[in-house]
Design a protein around this ligand. Structure first.
Ligand SMILES: Nc1ncnc2c1ncn2[C@@H]1O[C@H](COP(=O)(O)OP(=O)(O)OP(=O)(O)O)[C@@H](O)[C@H]1O
Length: 262
């Protein structure tokens, strides 16, 4: 039972954006972090898995053993949910309505059951006080927490999150990722999350996928993947990598090995 990606390539605008991404596995109940520099292809890979980007013939994506390929979007969306990096905010709905609508989009259940779930989400993500606020009036971080609630309330088999904490303050980054990893475990959900903060990736992900320039360069546990040599190769940085006992891991970038404009 897992999400797997093999031999995946993706061509866009005549350019090969992803080339033969192979051997990736994301397991239920844990967070898999997708890391790599700007333009490495993280969003494209998540969209390819979600069926929102056309992948090349021969690409193989499976969910719990079922091949997805370029299968129709609607049945795929019942099992996979992609949360994009850029969130729309023009909706006239308020926070409560937006989360309820997300719940009801793919589910037939009694009105009360759905309402309970929405209430749980509002509480978990500290959104209760803004339940009646229109989405358009929220700050970037508040909007991002609502989007996470909209994603989680659907209870998909696999969640594909594109930088889900990029707009959050430090408190909410920790709180949301801690909650996400507990929810993934409790509900055996597969979570793949693109993220730039390597300390957070090391702390909350059980498994990492590393992309660079459209190629998969590594996958494995944070301890195996996040070495100074790999960070030099992938990000062109010198970094301290520390795994202190009884404390969260620390990845501290020290210098860029190349300067802009030189
Ligand atoms: N529609 C498109 N046509 C052509 N090239 C595209 C298109 N969409 C994205 N690209 C290119 O594909 C590459 C990968 O983009 P992608 O958004 O997947 O990277 P990313 O790893 O998510 O980057 P970031 O960390 O900056 O969000 C980039 O070079 C981007 O410019």
């Amino acid at each position: 039972m897992s999400l797997t990606v093999n031999h995946l390539s993706c061509l866009m605008g005549g350019r090969l954006i992803l080339e033969n991404i192979d051997g990736l596995v994301a397991r239920p109940g844990e967070i898999t972090a997708l890391i790599g520099p700007n333009g490495a292809g993280k969003s494209t890979l998540l969209k390819g898995i979600a069926g929102l980007e056309h992948v090349a013939a021969g690409s193989r994506i499976t969910l719990d053993g079922q091949a997805l390929g370029n299968s129709a979007l609607a049945p795929r969306a019942e099992h996979l949910y992609y949360l994009p990096q850029q969130l729309g905010s023009s909706s006239a709905l308020n926070v409560f309505e937006a989360i309820l609508l997300a719940r009801r989009t793919r589910r037939k259940e009694s009105g009360r059951q759905g309402l309970y779930r929405v209430r749980d989400m509002l509480r978990a993500l500290e959104l209760e006080e803004m339940a009646e606020r229109p989405l358009a009036t929220l700050s970037g971080g508040e909007r991002q927490r609502v989007a996470l609630a909209q994603a989680m309330v659907r209870e998909p088999r696999a969640l594909l999150l594109d930088e889900p904490t990029s707009a959050l303050d430090l408190h909410h980054q920790l709180q949301v990722l801690d909650w996400l990893s507990r929810r993934a475990q409790e509900t055996s959900t597969i979570v793949v999350m693109a993220i730039h903060d390597l300390s957070l990736a090391a702390r909350f992900a059980a498994h990492l996928w590393v992309l660079k320039e459209g190629h998969g360069v590594a996958c494995g546990s944070p301890g195996d993947v996040l070495t100074p040599a790999r960070l030099r190769e992938v990000y062109a940085i010198e970094a301290h990598v520390e795994w202190p006992e009884n404390e969260p891991p620390r990845i501290t970038p020290l210098t860029a090995t190349r300067r802009l404009g030189i």
